[in-house]
Design a protein around this ligand. Structure first.
Ligand code: AHR
Length: 309
């Protein structure tokens, strides 16, 4: 379910289908695949014509896609921004063409927030806080310094920046918890595995006791690297990740991941509803947040069958 403050019964006034150009940032993770599927299915369901492009985690490709949407004179543009900054110019181009813009999944930084209508997505900072709180509690009986390795997502992306920030800020009051290793893994399984292999090339005394992975795919890659050196993921190294994919739940059931902070990719219905509202001339809230949970191993088996992605 999703928090909104508008009436879901409202239908578009236009008789011909709304045309929505969507610049998806990539296909790097299980979360992203679920997000893409959700957008496609919801567009079909809402009778909205969807033109979707995949930027393969490249901001320049997103600019090209947005310019192509402007040339085609779409009704609305939706963007899932790969990185946080650098959007002012392209959003001004969309405004000059009189095309409203919806930001989804990752927020962006612009001086003029009227350049987009609404931002629909998760609170990444809170996700980092939840991960940190779980870890502090989980490690409370372990004395002394706690070495933490952090697998960051795509450099300069909002989820990576804000999950990191939420996580670190919670540690300020607990100085015995220290991030001793940190590397980006680009939100991919292979990136996570490679970064973890590098962490484990350090002397054994420096190996982490905790791994915080900014997404499930990187955690799963890291698990492979941990098993390769003969350690048990989930007990020799406590693992916390973000997203809540079925694959991560399966790893929790096997005892390899200790906790997963949920990040909801199923934004399609809300995006289509927002598109209809905009076309009907309604005002939308500037921010729509998807409520999310945290799951631990104890709940994993029961919850596995309920996972939708
Ligand atoms: O922006 C959401 C993040 O992007 C997800 O956590 C991650 O899996 C994806 O690649």
């Amino acid at each position: 379910s999703v928090v909104t403050d508008y009436d879901s019964s409202i239908q578009p006034t236009a008789t011909k289908p709304i045309v929505l150009g969507f610049s998806q940032l990539g296909s790097e993770s299980t979360w992203r695949e679920a997000n893409t599927t959700s957008i496609k299915e919801a567009a079909k369901e809402a009778n909205i014509t969807l033109i979707m492009t995949n930027a393969e985690q490249d901001q320049k490709k997103q600019f090209e896609a947005i310019r192509s949407f402007i040339r085609r004179d779409v009704d609305i543009i939706a963007i899932a921004p790969v990185v946080q900054t650098g959007w002012e110019g392209i959003l001004k181009e969309a405004r000059a063409a009189d095309i409203p813009v919806i930001i989804i999944d990752r927020s962006l930084h612009v001086n003029d927030s009227s350049l987009y209508v609404t931002f629909i997505g998760s609170n990444f900072y809170e996700e980092g806080v939840k991960a940190s709180k779980y870890m502090i509690d989980r490690m409370r009986h372990q004395p002394g310094k706690i070495r933490i390795a952090e697998l960051q997502g795509t450099v300069s992306s909002t989820p990576s920046i804000n999950r990191g920030l939420g996580f670190w800020q919670m540690l300020e009051a607990h100085p015995r918890f220290q991030i001793t290793q940190s590397k980006p893994g680009n939100f991919t399984q292979s990136g996570g595995k490679q970064a973890m292999q590098e962490f484990l090339r350090q002397p054994r005394k420096d190996w982490p006791q905790v791994l915080f992975a900014h997404n499930d795919d990187m955690a799963i890659g890291a698990i492979e690297a941990i098993q390769e050196v003969g350690l048990k993921p989930g007990s020799d190294i406590i693992i916390i990740s973000v997203d809540g994919t079925r694959r991560a739940f399966e790893q929790m059931v096997q005892g390899h991941i200790n906790a997963v902070v949920e990040c909801n990719p199923l934004l399609g219905p809300l995006v289509m509803q927002a598109a209809k509202e905009i076309m009907a001339g309604r005002t939308l809230p500037k921010r729509m947040i998807t409520p999310e949970d945290i799951f631990t191993q104890e709940l994993a088996a029961r919850e596995l069958e309920n996972r939708k992605y």
